[in-house]
Design a protein around this ligand. Structure first.
Ligand SMILES: NC(=O)c1ccc[n+]([C@@H]2O[C@H](COP(=O)([O-])OP(=O)(O)OC[C@H]3O[C@@H](n4cnc5c(N)ncnc54)[C@H](OP(=O)(O)O)[C@@H]3O)[C@@H](O)[C@H]2O)c1
Length: 291
């Protein structure tokens, strides 16, 4: 009889930690799991996972220590008391943190002789192990290479660099684009609902256009990287008129135009600084750190 390969410990069995542990089991491997509040491991245990009563006990299983908790503070609350037991071990932290928090954890790990890899999950729990799931990693390259077989069970895995903050930086920067996009879609849905049109019908029309627009990101990036705003595709002055028209239409429909007003404020900032004839993408100058 061949025993199943062991995949280390998973600390945290929330929606995401549970999905990660499940994918390990689905691949015919075993894993030791721990959750602060007991009672969340039964389903995993019925499929072969071992449940530890404490986080410290979970480490006794050996192998990499995967952490998927609520936030940066909960990671410290869980790992700080275990620092000495973790010496010489590999920690892969999949908890969402800011780049500065990830770097702080990497420094903490280094001071305690722990190899640290930070992970940023670009997926929802049902996507784990399926197509379209991507996890960005940064920090220890050797932890990434050594445990790649497990990481690849969850998603497409990419190592973004030795700086532990990079995975989180890319993750949060991408989400910074996603939330305003969704808010804009919902703003549009509220506008058409005023005419009795359902959001589903609106989505059929909006999705192809918005998808096509994201294909222009490389052009936007080239303009921004080169700071070549002088020959605009759409000038700031032109864009202000378009945005004000959308806002006026929204108010006519008794819909709050706040998502559009946010963009208009950025555009006005550049116009007020004397750049109205230049390219819309110049609004990044409103966002960047000021010298
Ligand atoms: N869900 C998603 O779509 C998604 C997507 C990408 C990334 N993520 C990231 O994955 C991480 C986990 O998310 P989730 O969806 O699994 O969240 P969740 O369902 O709310 O689970 C949170 C987990 O953290 C534990 N926890 C909270 N505070 C703790 C503390 N002080 N000490 C020890 N354990 C603590 C909880 O334990 P108890 O059961 O004891 O409360 C639970 O296991 C988050 O950083 C999240 O941003 C999630």
């Amino acid at each position: 009889m061949t025993s199943k390969p062991h995949s280390g410990s998973m600390l945290g069995l929330g929606a995401m930690g549970g999905a990660l542990a499940q994918a390990v089991l689905d691949a015919g491997r075993t894993v030791t799991v721990w959750n602060r509040t007991p009672g969340r491991a039964a389903e995993l245990v019925s499929q072969g996972a071992s449940e530890a009563a404490t986080a410290g006990e979970a480490l006794l299983a050996g192998g990499p220590v995967f952490v998927c908790l609520f936030d940066h503070a909960s990671v410290h609350q869980t790992l700080d008391p275990l620092a000495e037991s973790l010496r010489g071990r590999a920690v892969v932290n999949l908890t969402t943190t800011t780049p500065a928090e990830a770097r702080e954890l990497a420094g903490w790990a280094q001071r305690h002789g722990i190899a640290y890899l930070d992970g940023a999950i670009m997926a929802t729990p049902p996507m784990i192990g399926g197509p379209g799931s991507h996890i960005l990693y940064s920090g220890s390259r050797s932890v990434f290479d050594e445990h790649r077989q497990i990481l690849d069970l969850w998603a497409t895995s990419t190592h973004e660099g030795d700086d532990a903050g990079l995975a989180s930086l890319f993750d949060l920067a991408i989400l910074a684009g996603m939330y305003p996009l969704f808010a804009g879609f919902l703003h549009g849905a509220a506008m058409v609902q005023s005419a009795g049109i359902e959001a589903a019908e609106f989505a059929e029309r909006a999705a192809p256009f918005l998808s096509a627009m994201t294909a222009s990101f490389p052009g936007t990036a080239a303009t921004v990287d080169g700071a070549t705003y002088e020959t605009p595709l759409q000038s700031l002055d032109w864009t202000r008129t378009a945005l004000e028209t959308i806002a006026r239409a929204s108010r006519e429909l008794d819909v709050d135009p706040v998502p559009i007003d946010m963009v208009t404020a950025l555009v006005r900032g550049e116009i007020d600084a004397g750049h109205g004839a230049e390219d819309f993408n110049r609004i990044i100058e409103q966002l960047r750190p000021r010298a």
